[in-house]
Design a protein around this ligand. Structure first.
Ligand code: ZN
Length: 339
């Protein structure tokens, strides 16, 4: 299993020269380290893009969460923990994988490779992970999920003190959160090209992330999935008892799913523009993807064909062009209810 994961990860970093036979002088396996660093790079891009989207669009979200811009990682997720620590720079069990640019975490001078030791003086090893609410998480993700939840609650009340260690020296830093739109973001290691929204989490597969030509294209797909979550499409479809599985491809269910896809496409370009991404990248990405893949996973009967989707993007971009932005931003009608 792990070998297959490394193999697909290696495809991500294949542009880098590989020395397959010999590891570096430290005795760690070079291919594994390269794969881990490649995955960390994707995690960092995803974290930066997600943060920018939820931060810039905060004025239009009625529900907000306190956020730092940190992405944490549990070394227990890796088959070879020693190699993972070496590659990612941690010396403990929970490390900082990514720090979003212009985020509170960056202001607090936290950086990837720092080890997280405590939150408000509570050692991370003392944080309970047997909460029933965490039971739907895979066991190796429970600790990070518990820490994220504790952090989110603590941040909602006040500034938080994080104790970290870097190069063997520990220090405690205050971190002041910002309120943003809700949502979490993750790269899913997978050989398929897919992106999903489960109501809370936006996931992009590592193979799809590798296909993007720019952060703007990356942001186009993240913004589409985030739009599903902000518009609460999953709850809506569940309450209408829409079948999202195979039978969802037929009849009424298909039409309802298609309606949510149209909304997500329409909102996505507004979210992008407000975050400083070029909304035309949505047009560019889906045109390129559509021409190369035609009847791919994104063009089942529940999704519009790519030419139709491109037309939706163009319509929304034209609406923004006709508006006077306020503080460089365009209030999305789908979030403000002004449509
Ligand atoms: Zn969608």
């Amino acid at each position: 299993m792990m070998i297959r994961i490394w193999f697909s990860l290696l495809a991500l970093v294949s542009a880098a020269p590989l020395s397959a036979q010999e590891g570096p002088d430290d005795g760690f396996d070079a291919e594994t380290i390269l794969a881990l660093k490649g995955l960390q790079l994707l995690d960092q891009r995803m974290n930066a893009i997600g943060y920018r989207l939820v931060d810039a669009n905060a004025p239009y979200c009625d529900q907000k969460i306190a956020r730092t811009g940190l992405l944490l990682n549990d070394v227990a997720q890796y088959a070879d923990q020693e190699t993972a620590r070496f590659a990612l720079g941690f010396n403990g069990s929970i490390g900082i994988t990514a720090v979003a640019p212009d985020s509170p975490a960056e202001s607090a001078e936290l950086s990837p490779g720092d080890t997280l030791l405590a939150i408000n003086a509570m050692p991370i090893d003392d944080i309970a992970i047997d909460d029933p609410e965490l039971s739907n998480e895979q066991p190796v993700y429970r600790r990070v999920a518990a820490i994220n939840r504790l952090l989110e609650h603590a941040l909602a009340d006040a500034n938080v003190q994080l104790t970290i260690s870097r190069g063997g020296i520990s220090r405690t830093v205050p971190i002041e959160p910002v309120l943003t739109c809700p949502g979490r973001f993750q790269i899913r290691v997978s050989a398929d090209r897919s992106a999903t929204a489960d109501g809370k989490m936006v996931s992009v597969s590592s193979r799809l992330a590798d296909y993007f030509l720019s952060d703007d294209e990356f942001a186009a797909v993240v913004a589409h999935e985030l739009a599903h979550n902000l518009l609460k499409h999953r709850d809506q479809l569940d309450s209408q008892q829409v079948n999202r599985g195979f039978f969802g491809q037929l009849g009424k269910s298909a039409q309802r799913i298609k309606d949510t896809e149209i909304e997500a496409d329409r909102l996505s370009v507004w979210l992008m523009a407000n975050a400083g991404y070029d909304p035309e990248a949505a047009v560019g990405f889906w045109t390129r993807y559509g021409k190369e893949h035609g009847k791919g996973i994104f063009s089942a009967s529940t999704h519009y064909r790519w030419k139709k989707r491109v037309q939706l993007f163009e319509e929304e971009i034209a609406k923004m062009a006709a508006m006077e932005p306020v503080d460089g931003k365009y209030a999305p009608p789908l979030l403000t209810g002004a449509d």
